[in-house]
Design a protein around this ligand. Structure first.
Ligand SMILES: O=C[C@H](O)[C@H](O)[C@H](O)COP(=O)(O)O
Length: 231
């Protein structure tokens, strides 16, 4: 029986074959992506030439520690490929992301990429999105007003959710871009597009963790091998 770490490594290893010499690569955030980064660093040491653009400060630090050449998105505004993890993946490759709080930069980088490849273990595959709490990145100004406006917007869709301010210890969690995160527990999200549109109409919402129509392919590691899914 493979452990979760072994499955993450298997997905990361499979992703390496999608990386070509000379690519400008968006590099995601999270434990699965970290397994990929370590394998990528070995390839770079062996002569593979890539330039990475990180989706978080945490990823930037790890890549630099491992001597992977890095650039900013300002320097490389168009990327060949982004490789990133996910918290949930449905059959249409719609995703929930942001468990690590990197959703905003992850989405900006994914949109700047010609292709997004998701890497994950099979525990991330779901029939319907929503069991994992949906991260909603909000501006700190008027937090309570934004909280109430989200509840109202969600209610208009006939949904209800528990909204919890993410914390790191006793303090609110602050994203790399200086915002807060509300984790929204829906149980299930019957219409992700409708929810996405409703959330983005709330002015205090900066971004949410629904990635719809962004992932092109996914490599999902299972006990019997890595499944290659396409959108
Ligand atoms: O903000 C974090 C990201 O969206 C991660 O890609 C996601 O939470 C999956 O992380 P992990 O590979 O650690 O399960």
């Amino acid at each position: 029986m493979a452990t979760a770490d072994e499955l993450k490594r298997a997905a990361g290893e499979a992703a390496l074959s999608h990386v070509e010499d000379g690519m400008n690569l968006g590099i995601g955030t999270g434990t699965t992506t970290e397994a990929f980064i370590r394998l990528l660093a070995d390839k770079v040491r062996d002569g593979l030439q890539v330039t990475g653009v990180a989706t978080s400060e945490r990823t930037e630090r790890l890549c630099r520690e491992l001597s992977i050449p890095m650039a900013t998105l300002e320097e490389l505004p168009k990327l060949d490929l982004t490789i990133d993890g996910a918290d949930e993946i449905d059959q249409s490759l719609r995703l929930v992301k942001g468990g690590g709080g990197a959703l905003l930069r992850e989405k900006i980088v994914a949109v700047a990429s010609r292709k997004m490849l998701v890497i994950a273990d099979e525990a991330k595959l779901v029939e319907t999105l929503g069991a994992f709490p949906l991260p909603i990145e909000i501006n700190g100004f008027g937090m309570i007003a934004t909280y109430l406006a989200i509840q109202e917007a969600v209610g208009e869709l006939g949904l209800s959710c528990e909204l919890i301010l993410r914390r790191r210890g006793p303090e609110p969690f602050i994203t790399d871009s200086g915002h807060l995160i509300l984790d929204a527990s829906f149980g299930r999200i019957p219409d992700p597009h409708a929810l996405s549109n409703a959330l983005l109409k709330v002015p205090g919402v900066v971004e949410h963790g629904l990635f719809l129509g962004l992932a092109d392919e996914a490599l999902v590691a299972t006990a019997s091998g890595v499944r290659h899914l396409t959108a």
